[in-house]
Write a protein that binds this ligand. Sequence first.
Ligand SMILES: CCC/C=C/C=C/C(=O)SCCNC(=O)CCNC(=O)[C@H](O)C(C)(C)COP(=O)(O)OP(=O)(O)OC[C@H]1O[C@@H](n2cnc3c(N)ncnc32)[C@H](O)[C@@H]1OP(=O)(O)O
Length: 344
Amino acid sequence: MDSKGQRVNDREDTADTSHRVTTQRCEHLEPTQVRSLLRLNLNPARVVVLLHDDSEQAPWRYKAAYRREMVECFQAISAEPDVRAVVVSGAGKIFTAGMDLGDMMGSMLIDGADTAMKALKKTTNIRQLQETFSVIEKCPKPVIAAVHSACVGGGVDLITACDIRLCTQDAWFQIKHVDIWLPADVGTLQRLPKVIGNDSLARELAFTGRRFKAEEAKQMGLVSGIYPDREAVLEAALDLATAIASKSPIAVQVTKISMVHFRDHSVQEGLGHVALWNSTMLQSEGVAEGMQASMKKRKPEFSKLGELLSQSVLRNVLSVAASRLLDSEGRESTGIPMSLWQRF
Ligand SMILES: CCC/C=C/C=C/C(=O)SCCNC(=O)CCNC(=O)[C@H](O)C(C)(C)COP(=O)(O)OP(=O)(O)OC[C@H]1O[C@@H](n2cnc3c(N)ncnc32)[C@H](O)[C@@H]1OP(=O)(O)O
């Protein structure tokens, strides 16, 4: 049974039934929805796993539809109260090869005679592209990137918009844009210096397009943990997301909104911002309950928004999600390894 007293399916149940159970839990999000480039999996620890799905193209890269799909996914995730944290991972050999260069070439030039009109159109187009990753930052739920192997070009744009980055030992990163005559314009140049707190190094990497490996990424503060392989990094990201999801969603989400604000404002402006937020937040019943529970060394009993789901519920729904990843002959198809799903 889940926390609402509804029956949660056993692993043996079919994908169809699991769909019913999971959609009962989410009004705005279709966990089984398979988009052309992204796959969403939701578990009742309120963690969404967003997979770069490379079943139709390897290595995985950003096709034109990706922008729309990312915006749709993150808008749905933002609006869905049952989702507490997000993990972004890749299902293929590498995390991402960045922008699909074939697609990009096809959309480079704009028709028309007037340069200013063309520039205006292009500006709108670039602003839309920027939204692909800005939606991650605008989403109040923490987003964790689990990177394996290559993370090239737009991949760095993506992960710098995430809240936390973990990677595998074999991960490598490259701000590749200079190699293809393209000034990076969708977030890396704005966010990377702030993520790593080293403007000189950010410029060096952006000017040269030098590849750098996991150890250096950790040393500069781009990633906060290195794991042996894809399964291990995904597991670590899920553990972290589950831990975050067990905390007060109000506290976590206001913390994210505030930290994004603090990055771009002075200390005084930041203090003003949090004072305004907390003038409302501190009137929540959950705060009093959280404080009392902490003093009495017991688990807080939050109302619906703050409630925790048990590990057994998590295990059931993860298993159901995993069963969806099996192909018709019962083999693991792609994405998240069965052994990892079964661990929960
Ligand atoms: C959405 C918001 C806006 C985003 C903007 C982003 C901008 C950028 O990302 S700029 C950087 C663009 N990316 C690249 O330049 C990467 C180029 N690719 C590589 O460096 C390597 O392919 C890679 C290290 C990723 C993988 O190497 P590997 O040896 O494993 O594979 P390859 O043999 O090189 O590639 C296999 C086939 O895939 C094709 N391919 C690879 N990357 C791309 C790509 N980005 N776009 C289009 N096609 C790509 C490659 O040409 C091979 O094709 P084929 O020869 O037909 O087998």
